[in-house]
Design a protein around this ligand. Structure first.
Ligand code: NAD
Length: 343
């Protein structure tokens, strides 16, 4: 009886937005041990769909759910006290508004940094050796290798922007390739420095790197970090990999850089205007997004649809960490994964 009462006290009603079949599979499996009452909604959270959260103490949201002040006010008015992000980035939440409304926002700080770092490396290798093009050629019985020449990764200078959880894994992998690693981060990691990663200015990242991989968050200070001004400083033929957030790149400037052959290759898992496109099947529609359409015409560009995190291990961690955070909040009214707005 006691156990039942305790279990009931710890269970929250959770409105789960942007639910995909794989979310349901992993969250339902993990929820066996937590017993929350989860309702899965396919809709993205926005001011139009916020009423679905009526009476839910917790809202579980993903990268394209939009939690600005009007949305937060709406869900707070109808009983939501906790926003549980099932991702690490939190640029889609107005944290100050959440604080004013007395809402707690939690996230999954690191579910599998390896997954994202490995995807970044995958994009780099595929672009370098033109594997996406070779795959198509061979399927057409075209075995010509003309135009598929790459470079030895060994010995190249790789610039890593952001050496948190993912950037550190990326450095570990690239060290194995025998690259020279330079990095920029306002909070350098002494462990990486001891392993031979040189912390340098952004200027030096731009001027010295053969490959630049972005692993920093999207904030006002990193918005359009790679713009026209940065691009002119880079080595001609530089390869740029972005698995962090789309708006780190000024997309029109990058398209210009590709047209002028200043950028040798571009691998992106994220795109400035991805919300409303990524995670959905638009194959029967006419795409209205001119920038994405243009990007897809370049032979030296690979776009993936925000899937860098998508491994079994990461999904298991995401589900367990999110649900255990919700339980912690239910028990203590606080959570160690809560995001505190920067003052
Ligand atoms: P993290 O918080 O562990 O590390 C981020 C690092 O960036 C920190 O060390 C921080 O000091 C540094 N940083 C902050 N501002 C910087 C700046 N101006 N220049 C350089 N470095 C700066 O985060 P993480 O788990 O490594 O994730 C990094 C980013 O990856 C997230 O913010 C998110 O946007 C993105 N991400 C993408 C996917 C995906 O599936 N594509 C999945 C998870 C995370």
């Amino acid at each position: 009886m006691n156990t039942e009462r305790k279990a009931h006290k710890r269970a929250l009603k959770v409105a789960f937005f942007s639910a995909q079949p794989y979310d349901k599979e992993f969250f339902q499996a993990a929820n066996q041990q937590f017993g929350h009452n989860i309702s899965f909604f396919e809709a993205r959270l926005s001011v139009k769909t916020a009423s679905l959260a009526f009476g839910y103490e917790a809202v579980c949201a993903f990268v394209h759910d939009f939690l600005d002040e009007p949305v937060l006010m709406k869900i707070s008015d109808t009983g939501t006290r906790l926003v549980a992000l099932r991702c690490s980035g939190y640029n889609n939440v107005d944290l100050d508004a959440a604080e004013r409304l007395g809402m707690t926002v939690i996230r999954v700080p690191a579910y599998s940094p390896h997954a994202v770092a490995e995807h970044a490396v995958g994009l780099m290798l595929a672009l370098n050796r033109h594997i996406h093009r070779a795959y198509n050629r061979v399927r057409e019985m075209n075995f010509s290798i003309d135009g598929l020449m790459g470079f030895d990764v060994r010995g190249k200078t790789v610039g890593v922007v952001g050496t948190g959880a993912i950037g550190r894994c990326f450095c570990d992998i690239m060290r194995g390739f025998g690259c020279k690693l330079i990095a920029h981060d306002p909070q350098p990691n002494p462990l990486l420095a001891a392993q031979g990663v040189s912390y340098v200015s952004m200027e030096k990242i731009f001027t010295d790197s053969d490959v630049i991989s972005l692993h920093c968050p999207w904030t006002p200070s990193t918005h359009h970090l790679i713009d026209a001004e940065a691009l002119v400083k880079m080595k001609p033929g530089v390869m740029i990999i972005n698995t962090s957030r789309g708006a780190l790149l000024d997309t029109p400037a990058v398209i210009d850089g590709l047209k002028q052959k200043r950028i040798g290759a571009l691998g992106i898992d994220v795109y400035e205007e991805e919300a409303g496109l990524f995670y959905e099947d638009h194959s029967n529609e006419i795409i209205q997004d001119e920038m994405l359409s243009r990007l897809l015409t370049f032979p030296n560009v690979i776009v993936t649809g925000h899937q860098a995190f998508f491994t079994r291990e990461a999904m298991r961690n995401i589900a367990e960490t999110t649900l255990s955070g919700i339980t912690e909040f239910a028990e203590k009214g606080a959570c160690q994964n809560a995001i505190v707005p920067k003052k």
